[in-house]
Write a protein that binds this ligand. Sequence first.
Ligand SMILES: [Zn+2]
Length: 383
Amino acid sequence: MNMRINSCLMVLVIIASLTFVENAPGYGYRKGNGTKIKWEGENIRWRAASNSFPGGSSYRTALNRAISRWNQAPGEFHFKSVTWGDTNIERKNKQTEIWFSDTLGSGSATCYTWLKWRWGKATIKEADIALDVDVPWSTSTIQSNKDVAGSEVESYQGKAYGGNRRTFVTTALHEMGHAMGLQHENRRLNIMGSDTSHLHANNKRIRAYVGEDAGNGEVYLYGRTDTILKNDLSVSHWKFWKAGGTDNEYSQHIFTKIYHISTGNPVYSKWYEGVKRYRVKKGTTYHVQFTYENNGYYTQNGVNIGFYISKNRNITTLDERFATRTMNLTRNRPYTKKLTLTIPSNLTVTHGYWLGVIIDYTGSIQEFDEHNNAAYIPIEIIP
Ligand SMILES: [Zn+2]
């Protein structure tokens, strides 16, 4: 009995010594004997458990949503359409499967990858995603204002948008990143960190996305996508905060801020509709921070950025534009930037507004996702 356990441990030790996580380029990935660990082919097909993803369920829709987001991303890896109704789910049964489990030891979801070694080179031969059935999941794309975060610590846990529920699609994007060969990344805003705070929000809707860092990692492992639309720009009110979580492996994210220019300190703010609202003076100049991403394949130069004042949290080009900038964005890592902006003088004191930003407001670039181009920070005008 003991002999068997020992020999199992031996195998694990040998594998561990031959594979290590390489994360110098930004995104993390694994190497075995000096080569990237990835699939031999460039596509896989999930087999979804029949009980977990029944026909007509919101989970089936959400799983398809996660797959289509990855399939738009700039790398060539492709998830084929799901085989539904799998009744024989098992780890390491030569099938790539996804299911809800009641026996997950810890964490809300896990991706197991199984390697094949041949002539000293490792490739992934099977991936399985198990999601904890006891987690209160949310498949909704509507922003929740319930259980509003009371602190930044809670906001990076994703409670600002989903109430106390965990967003399913961000989790699925994260685990699928593991399935194709990506590892955790703790140095920048990215889906392979704390996925629940890697989201876009506009017009009360939340939108999960792969993002620049993980998309760049997919390109590194598999090369350029074959899809027709290879470009996407986005802007969000999230930024990298610090490494944290289990073994400090995850990036943690907080909201971008508005800063006083003279002191560099954040402007006074209060929680409002699940985010922070800043008290600013009209006609006064501040540093306004957002995160800009090039989620596509090609570098974009001279990208037009517009800043707007809106009377609601739906930022559109119909709102009043009060400033413009241009930016060059290479596919590498998210660009969190404070820009010097003056709050317009025609706003009403004590009223609340939304300071909006739209990337490519001229619509010059054809993008695979046109729904992640606007973001906002709420403001209140004080005397
Ligand atoms: Zn993970």
